[in-house]
Design a protein around this ligand. Structure first.
Ligand SMILES: NC(=O)c1ccc[n+]([C@@H]2O[C@H](COP(=O)([O-])OP(=O)(O)OC[C@H]3O[C@@H](n4cnc5c(N)ncnc54)[C@H](OP(=O)(O)O)[C@@H]3O)[C@@H](O)[C@H]2O)c1
Length: 257
């Protein structure tokens, strides 16, 4: 009888609530990271956003609800210092990554650009996970971020593909090593952010239209879509070691880029 009752209790769905929790988003002041910060805040968390600068609230009143800290993911000592200063918290998301460089095709690549990309994306994610882990409370999680290039090679993007695949592999390994902290990765498809700022408005709108008309979901990804996925990964206690593709089905159809 009591077993049946226990089974009933444990069959309640995990709530998508972060009330009373503290979330740190590295890269959380713009783009996908901001989508995760907004989703966590809306779910009741207190949110800290970290990046290489402090942004004035006059310029960005939408950051008023968030604590800001400075952290360059390429500087491991600074990463450790920042997490030591933050202290105990519940969930980490790392979206920070260097801008795509013009390091050229594989045979022509400028190795400084390649190393800089891997340093920021791969070792940056590594350093954040490593120095955040000791501060994560029981029930906590780490969410890393890659992109569709992890599984769809594209000429000129070997460094990005290598970094993304390495992050995805690392996340599985950390799900074991940091257990019971849960570790997952989101692999987004196209998301309308300033990553595309070098496109003119017309080009950006044309790209979004192409995405809408060709991706199976018939939708151009938003930062809110990725925030929603991150909230699920933070709150579901049975999900660890996965790569969750949130891409509108991008990898099922020919590339639009
Ligand atoms: N948007 C897409 O379509 C898309 C699709 C798939 C994958 N992705 C991947 O998603 C990630 C985030 O992209 P996004 O679109 O959100 O771009 P974004 O808006 O440019 O965000 C990047 C954030 O990272 C921070 N950052 C950069 N370098 C940093 C460093 N060394 N240390 C700490 N913070 C750093 C930046 O803040 P500061 O400049 O203030 O430091 C910025 O807030 C990238 O890795 C990107 O490749 C994007």
């Amino acid at each position: 009888m009591s077993t049946a009752l226990n089974d009933l209790d444990s069959s309640s769905p995990a709530a998508l609530s972060l009330a009373g929790k503290k979330v740190v988003v590295v890269g959380g002041k713009t783009g996908i990271g901001l989508g995760i910060a907004h989703a966590a805040f809306a779910a009741g968390a207190s949110v800290t956003v970290a990046s290489r600068r402090i942004t004035s609230l006059e310029d960005r009143p939408d950051l008023a609800n968030y604590e800001q800290i400075i952290l360059d993911v390429r500087d491991e000592a600074a990463v450790q210092k920042a997490f030591d200063a933050i202290g105990p918290f519940d969930h980490l998301a790392v979206t920070a990554g260097p801008e795509f460089g013009s390091w050229g095709n594989f045979m022509d690549a400028d190795m400084r650009g390649v190393r800089n990309y891997l340093d920021g994306k791969f070792f940056g994610s590594w350093a954040c996970a490593r120095h955040a882990a000791p501060h994560l409370r029981t029930g906590g999680s780490i969410t890393l971020l890659t992109g569709g290039l992890a599984v769809r090679p594209k000429i000129g993007f070997s460094a990005v593909l290598a970094a993304f695949s390495a992050v995805e592999s690392l996340s599985g390994s950390l799900a074991l090593e940091l257990s019971p902290t849960r570790v997952n990765t989101i692999r987004p498809g196209f998301v309308d952010t300033d990553l595309w700022k070098d496109f003119s408005n017309d080009e950006r709108n044309a790209l979004k239209e192409k995405v809408r008309s060709s991706f199976p979901a018939r939708h151009a990804g938003t930062i809110g879509d990725i925030g929603h996925a991150a909230l699920f990964l933070m709150t579901n206690p049975y999900v660890t070691g996965i790569v969750m593709e949130v891409s509108g089905g991008e990898n099922l159809v020919p590339s639009v880029f």
